[in-house]
Design a protein around this ligand. Structure first.
Ligand code: DAH
Length: 337
């Protein structure tokens, strides 16, 4: 029995200094393993006298339970420490500031273009496209601008070859659509156009939106009503609008549409050249010559057309005084939209 008590004491001494799970495992098998010290004592039970055997066996089992229990507790304690160590070393420092994301946005010209399209689509217009590298025929001739016509001077053209140009306006889409489709027609044609020109209000590439409506009884009143409606939805319903007689070879009669100057509210300033009005687009009744060239009978159909510059509309909307800002990609400018 003394043996057993000193075994228990030896165990306690060892367990007091053990530092990790491995050491613990070794102690456990040294005492209670197959050939463990305590196991040996249990095996020796048969050589013990009958009287002593009961108490001896009882004590062996008690010590065995005690060792197992102590080892288990110690094991849990070590595991807890190990887990805490892991939590410490693997900790993610969430106080570190992250990298700032910079979200992209639609370019102001694209935003305004979408807005213009939405207004016309809501009035039942379809959207058409045409090529930017265009035949001289569609860009000029079919629009009643023959090769030697002086009105060609109105547009400084990039020539690709004698017969091919970078389109100077979106008007050629009118002819291309009329060649393909029968009236009634109600379309807009947005897109890029090119002119050999550059200053605070001109860039070599800019955007236009063309419009065309053709049916059997379209009159100038339809044109006025529609464009007034458009201008009021784009610039606000109190914006003054006027139609001023003008000239375009592809329309007859032709007009220029002006809005009350948004800078001086009609009083007259540098921007409106003291007139109190700002020009926003050209328009008119489709010239019968253009119908003929496109295969429509001028005695059967009438129609109107209009064309506006998207950069100009955007500059007026946001009071921007230099068109080149749109294409410099300066984020300080672009982020304001
Ligand atoms: N194409 C003309 C230009 O670029 C604008 C224009 C004027 C278009 C009158 C039209 C129109 O459809 O009827 O200056």
């Amino acid at each position: 029995m003394d043996d057993l008590h000193s075994l228990r004491k030896a165990f306690l001494d060892e367990i007091a200094v053990v530092t990790g799970l491995d050491g613990l495992q070794q102690i456990k098998s040294r005492y209670t393993g197959k050939k463990g010290l305590l196991t040996e004592k249990l095996k020796a039970l048969s050589s013990i006298s009958h009287e002593e055997r009961r108490d001896y066996g009882k004590l062996v089992n008690e010590i065995k339970d005690f060792i197992e229990h102590t080892v288990k507790e110690k094991e849990l304690a070590f595991k807890k420490i190990e887990k805490e160590n892991r939590l410490q070393t693997e900790k993610i420092d969430i106080t570190l500031t992250g990298k700032q994301f910079c979200f992209g946005a639609k370019h102001p010209i694209s935003q305004v273009l979408s807005e213009i399209k939405d207004i016309f689509v809501s009035m039942g217009f379809g959207i058409e496209e045409g090529p930017e590298v265009e035949l001289d025929y569609y860009n000029f001739e079919a629009l009643n601008l023959p090769k030697d016509h002086p009105a060609r001077d109105m547009q400084d053209t990039f020539y690709v070859s004698d017969d091919v140009v970078l389109r100077t306006h979106t008007s050629p889409v009118q002819v291309r659509v009329m060649e393909r489709k029968k009236p009634p027609l109600k379309i807009i044609a947005p897109g890029k156009v090119y002119r050999c020109d550059s200053d605070v209000s001109h860039t070599a590439m800019f955007h236009q939106v063309e419009g065309l409506m053709v049916d059997t009884d379209i009159s100038f009143s339809h044109l006025k009503g529609l464009l007034e409606l458009f201008i009021h939805s784009f610039f606000g319903k109190d914006t003054p609008v006027r139609f001023r007689p003008s000239y375009f070879p592809f329309t007859e009669p032709s007009a220029e549409v002006d809005i009350g100057c948004i800078f001086c509210l009609g009083k007259g300033c540098r921007v409106c050249k003291t007139t109190g009005w700002l020009e926003v687009m050209g328009c008119g009744m489709v010239n019968p010559r253009v119908f003929e060239m496109s295969g429509y009978r001028p005695d059967e159909y009438t129609g109107f057309a209009f064309g506006m510059g998207v950069e100009r509309m955007t500059m007026l909307r946001y009071s921007i005084d230099d068109i080149r800002l749109f294409y410099e990609n300066d984020l300080r400018f672009l982020k304001q939209f």
